[in-house]
Ligand binder design. Structure first.
Ligand code: FES
Length: 106
């Protein structure tokens, strides 16, 4: 059961017990983490699950596919660590993952 820490734009931290196999976005929604809106329900069509993966973890997450990159192109305040939470599938290897949430989703 991977523990995931979400850090809101105001530095409020939420560490949740996620389930391997679910998406990072779903782990946030299931645990009522503010800052992940997920308007499209996880279909890579809204970018309201935008998050910044901590530097320590970027290399340990499979790279984004074209659809995710296209959606991030239209998102605001993106950087090199930007990902869509609905496109990151959690595994037990990601226990301890830290992601930050953008101000635009407060
Ligand atoms: S929930 Fe809509 S793009 Fe991730």
């Amino acid at each position: 059961m991977p523990k995931i820490t979400f850090i809101e734009h105001d530095n409020t931290e939420h560490t949740v017990d996620a389930i391997a196999g679910q998406s990072l976005m779903q782990a946030a929604i299931d645990n009522s983490v503010p800052g992940i809106l997920a308007d499209c329900g996880g279909y890579c069509n809204c970018a309201t699950c935008h998050c910044y993966v901590d530097d320590m973890w970027t290399a340990r997450i499979p790279p984004a596919k074209h659809a995710e990159l296209d959606m991030l192109d239209g998102a605001i305040d993106t950087n090199n660590n930007s990902r869509l939470g609905c496109q990151i599938q959690l595994t037990n290897d990601l226990d301890g993952l830290v992601v930050r949430l953008p101000a635009s989703q407060t």
